[in-house]
Design a binder for this molecule. Sequence first.
Ligand SMILES: Nc1nc2c(c(=O)[nH]1)N[C@H]1C(S)=C(S)[C@@H](COP(=O)(O)O)O[C@H]1N2
Ligand SMILES: [Mo]
Length: 231
Amino acid sequence: MEGSDKLQRVVEARMKLKARFEEKMQQTPSVSDEKPMGMGVPNRHGMPVVPVGQVVTAKWPVLDLGLQPDIPLDQWELVLDGAVEHPVTLHWADFMALPQTEDVSDFHCVTTWSKLNMPWKGVRLLDLAALVQPKETATHLLCYGYDDYTTNVSLEESLKPDVLLVHTFDDKPLPREHGGPVRMITPQLYAWKGSKWIHRIEFLTSNKLGFWEQRGYSNTAYPWRNDRYSH
Ligand SMILES: Nc1nc2c(c(=O)[nH]1)N[C@H]1C(S)=C(S)[C@@H](COP(=O)(O)O)O[C@H]1N2
Ligand SMILES: [Mo]
């Protein structure tokens, strides 16, 4: 099947990159290092700063598993379930009726490109969590895309105020190739932690690995610690 050939190639290319970085990683301080690794300060202060090993791009590359699902708005659903008090399935109008947040943030892909100052609009994960109320025992999220992608994020990271489920980029609907109608963004983590075409967020009581995490990508994925792969 064409789709699975493409997936195989994507996985192989990523695994090669991982092998390449493993040696480099041993030459750099560990993730427990206190100091952020990169130029400038971590996070945003209006300065174009970039984490170690990243190159700034003006273009916006497209990365996927060889499939770009097409979800009409009237069929779009967002399922929030798992370890929560009030599981819900949101339809488009429900989602758009939630508090809307605008933010400008950076995007760091583990394949070494960073795109800076991206203007987004969407709903804070925090606001979605507030809606469903995670149980005391909830520790992580597993996010599912319509393309069967999955990625795990710790609850504390996901609740940061710049973690959004975005529907608008640069005042226009988020293009399908970039995960529209709705994708998640995780500006303080490598971008694979943000599922494109997001369909479901499952709250977990223990960590579960997502697609790339099962293949050796980092659980934590901190760009400012060069924390690309699990070790
Ligand atoms: N559903 C889904 N989400 C995904 C991916 C994917 O293949 N499928 N790729 C991830 C990776 S590795 C990155 S860098 C970003 C890429 O987003 P972009 O294609 O809009 O640049 O989406 C992330 N989210
Ligand atoms: Mo990526």
